[in-house]
Design a protein around this ligand. Structure first.
Ligand SMILES: Nc1ncnc2c1ncn2[C@@H]1O[C@H](COP(=O)(O)OP(=O)(O)OP(=O)(O)O)[C@@H](O)[C@H]1O
Ligand SMILES: [Mg+2]
Length: 238
């Protein structure tokens, strides 16, 4: 499948006709998406729909069999070790901290500027976990560890913040806090999430995947009333 390059003045990240196969399994089937600067874009779909795989393509962990990515209109071939330099930071599904390091050390890993300590502390404070800076992440409750994971990503001051199921395992209060953080992030956000209320309340735009196929793209209002989306979720529940 050929990919149309974007004109040079097209800012932001774009995926053009991305296809990923794992053996006989089509994990992503001709997925295209444009993420304009400052937008909050949700990616939803039943389990196994290909959401994390899409993130892995953007981060360079998975190479697509066909299709291309562009960043600001130019070819973008992501490599995991170049991501922070390109302004892309990601949290992992679940909690993925280095267990032998303190909270502060974990967050410092994310920082990339000339003043990493200051960025790390600012991120810890923004996420309300500065008081735990000297603790080991494993000693903290799950919700706090999720906040540390967010702080690590924010410490990079990313232009694109990628969140993979940040609400997983959180209670209603924590999810409200998370919604405010996302909306106040003042950066582009890509959000993979099963918690529909969160997705519908914070996203400007939502892409729906089902068995790797993009079945809908629209505003929360459009997605909420889309028949194909309802069918995909009913099918998954059955
Ligand atoms: N490295 C891999 N090798 C083989 N199959 C894989 C690999 N990664 C993902 N898959 C398969 O690709 C499909 C899409 O997986 P993916 O993890 O992207 O789904 P998801 O939408 O993130 O699901 P969930 O909501 O459960 O996190 C699944 O069928 C999964 O088993
Ligand atoms: Mg996933």
């Amino acid at each position: 499948m050929s990919a149309e390059p974007l004109p040079d003045d097209d800012q932001g990240l774009a995926l053009h006709h991305i296809t990923v196969r794992f053996g006989g399994l089509l994990a992503l089937d001709d997925v295209s998406l444009r993420v304009a600067p400052g937008r909050i874009v949700g990616i939803i779909g039943p389990n196994g729909a290909g959401k994390t795989t899409l993130f892995n393509v953007i981060c360079g962990f998975v190479g697509p069999q066909s299709g291309a990515l562009t960043l600001d209109g130019k070819a973008f071939r992501p490599k995991p070790h170049h991501l922070t330099r390109r302004g892309i930071a990601r949290t992992l599904q679940g909690v993925g901290q280095f267990s032998g390091m303190t909270v502060l050390e974990n967050v410092l890993v994310g920082a990339r500027s000339r003043k990493p300590e200051a960025d790390a502390w600012a991120a810890l404070e923004r996420c309300g976990v500065a008081e735990h800076a000297g603790a080991l992440p494993g000693s903290l409750p799950y919700a706090k560890r999720k906040r540390v994971e967010l702080a690590r990503a924010l410490a990079a001051k990313p232009r694109i913040l990628m969140l993979d199921e940040p609400a997983g395992g959180l209670d209603a209060d924590e999810i409200r806090w998370l919604a405010e953080l996302i909306q106040g992030a003042q950066t582009t956000v890509l959000l993979v999430e099963h918690h529909m209320e969160l997705v519908m309340s914070v996203c400007d735009e939502i892409l729906v995947l089902d068995f790797g196929k993009p079945i809908a793209l629209g505003t929360p209002g459009e997605i909420r009333t889309n028949d194909k989306v309802a069918e995909a979720y009913l099918g998954a529940a059955a």
